[in-house]
Design a protein around this ligand. Structure first.
Ligand code: AMP
Length: 115
């Protein structure tokens, strides 16, 4: 029988995989990254499964505003005034989980340009 592999972030959204959730509303979810790259490292996902920014449709575009707005609320909750929002699109750009997500990174200095 063919094995159906569930998307990891869909499994977190449904509660089948545990995560440290910091915010949830009807369209987005925010949870702490399991391997943090900064003192505060939160991932913000849409509840709807979309593999990557490249896979988004025009109809999905408002979701990006929701994701950024959720990041803003989480940053406020964590008292972060300076932070970085990152979206990796595609393997060579660093994307390892193929469910759209923004990284909210804070609590340290960030260099520019990014690596
Ligand atoms: P990206 O490499 O941009 O696709 O980001 C995926 C992120 O998901 C990485 O920073 C991982 O550390 C993080 N990650 C992977 N598995 C989990 C998990 N089970 N819970 C929380 N974060 C995870």
């Amino acid at each position: 029988m063919e094995e159906i592999k569930e998307c990891l972030f869909c499994a977190i959204a449904s509660g089948r995989v545990k995560a440290e959730v910091v915010y949830r509303d009807d369209e987005t979810l925010a949870f702490r990254d399991v391997d943090p790259k900064a003192p505060d490292h939160v991932l913000i996902i849409p509840l709807k499964h979309i593999a990557s920014v490249s896979e988004m449709s025009d109809e999905d575009a408002p979701l990006m505003g929701k994701i950024v707005n959720t990041a803003r609320k989480v940053a406020l909750e964590l008292s972060l005034e300076n932070y970085r929002l990152v979206i990796n699109n595609g393997k060579d750009a660093g994307q390892s989980v193929f469910h759209v997500h923004a990284h909210l990174l804070g609590g340290r200095l960030f260099g520019w340009p990014p690596g």
